[in-house]
Write a protein of this length. Sequence first.
Length: 660
Amino acid sequence: MSVGKRSKARLTTEKETLEQKRNSVFVNPIWSSRSALGKALSSLRHDTDIAAVTPKTAFSDADEARLIKLQADLAQDPAVAAQAQRDYAAQLDQLESYLKRIEQALNDEAIQALHATKKGADDMRMAANTAAHDAFSGLALEGVGETVWRTLWESARAYSQVAKGAGTAFPPSSGDICVLCHQEIDEPTAARMLGFEDFIKEDTETKATEAERVFKEAEQKFRAVVVHVNKVSAAYRSLKAGNFALARQVLRFIALARSVQVQTLAQLSGEDVPDPLALPESVAEAVNTEAAQTRAYAASLDDASGGEAREAVLNEQADLQDRKQSHELLDIAKTEIARLAELKRIEDCLRDTATTAITRLGNEIADNLITPRMRDRFQQEIVALAGNRVRVEVVRSGGKFGSPQYEVKLYANPKAKVHDVLSEGEQTCVALASYLTELANASHTSALVFDDPVSSLDHRWRSKVARRLAKEAGVRQVIVFTHDMIFVNDLAQLASERNTRTALAHLTRGQDVVGIVNRDLPWTASSIRDRIDKLEKEARDAKRLFEANDDESYKTAVSSLYSRLRATWERALEDIVFANVVMRHRDYIDTKNLKRVTALEEADVQIFQNGFKKCCDFVDAHDPSRGHDPEPPEPSEVMADIKSLKDWSEGLRTKMNRVS
């Protein structure tokens, strides 16, 4: 059977399988055909935008309360449910009237008018007090004519009339007996008391008394306004059950209005009220709107014949029910859209299963993808890896049995075989350039893994490959397995120059397992700092042997440690003293760091010689004589010798950095 026929048979099987995977819920919907979500679910296509189907707002607690209310009302007798809503609307009317009374009594204009009345009374009393001062300034007693004095005078008049009977003249005349002090009134006293009475009856005092009376009445009226939710408790409870958010607004308005009343009364009594509150925005209009909507809702419940009003209520209920289960319904929709999309792709492929069409389509895709931009990218990659020595390009060589084919051609001789002309290293560079070109046009930035990419390359190719991989590591993770430590050094150095994070590790094998990951480089490739860290760890391990009095094991451990310490002193010559200008087994000399070597001083040389010589004394590089068996140094001395190398290396680096 041909590939085309096999493909068609397989696609047909997949189509049948997908058709059988249609969710049975589309046969017996769990949604309502009245709701917007239900209508969308009933007409899903492979290209339906799920965002357009998703409800614009989440299902809230208010929606839940509304749904419960609709379900309960629609389940009742329409007339009973409608009457309950009209009763609720009547309660809202009462609440609205109460809120308007509060607003009228406690608004800014009313409070300002009350303050103005208080100020007028105070001003009139000040004028009366001034007149009293002018009239009685010659008296020995203070306060005559002022508020306390006037109160006492009025009390004296009232008592006189009670004591002697209504109609008795007040104040008493000369020769009368005073009902207060039971003394005879002489002429000067009678004249003075008559002056007091005349003052009380004067115009300024009369006006002051009248202004104070008007203010007192206004204040009492203001104080009498009862601002408390208990005044409308029934309406508030109904509103709380029907529209919790609006009920909270009403409660807040009443609470703040009460605070405004209390603060205003405190100000009128002379108290200092910092940052006084103002009456908040009225909610009476919102309550009025709620009442109107409730009456409209009652009318729709009465419409038992299925008119437009009742249809609107039924649609609202259906919409709320489907929004409540929207999470489940959207999951069903996403699965169905994905199934329809996959079915559409299979149907499209079935129309193109003819090999001629596939070949033609493949050639068209190839011609559209390998554009001049792609060729330019390939040239950039090959030049970066091999310079101008490798002159090749990528071309489409045709198609066969529905598969387009490509190959790399030489510019100079397109008919020649590339593998017959290019060296193994050049072929590796061509393959890597092709791979990187493909990656440059991919939509992902997945990790790359290379296994000894420079195993067949000399140092010229190796350094360019390292540079290119270090650049690529700036945009994606690059993992390289290699035995070439020079290549590792190049990668680490180039990545450091680009501020790209690196992680070095090496793999070892155990007695029964392989692929053991160690989070550093092997000893031979470790940096000076890493080696010193390892030496310090070995010194601590040896110290435990010393403390356990295991002399033979301690001596062996110290001998091994000093052997590694001597090797590290030697590596320090290469890495630090000569600044990696010359490295063993490297194919080139790095002259740019040569000037750093000038930082070396005689004292540095002496420290090196002393440290290196001491290591030689404890290393079994040669078989010692039977009579020469030196005791190994104690742990503190071992650690001091390691510290000597550490201080020397860090100090020399610091001096070299100043030279650079």
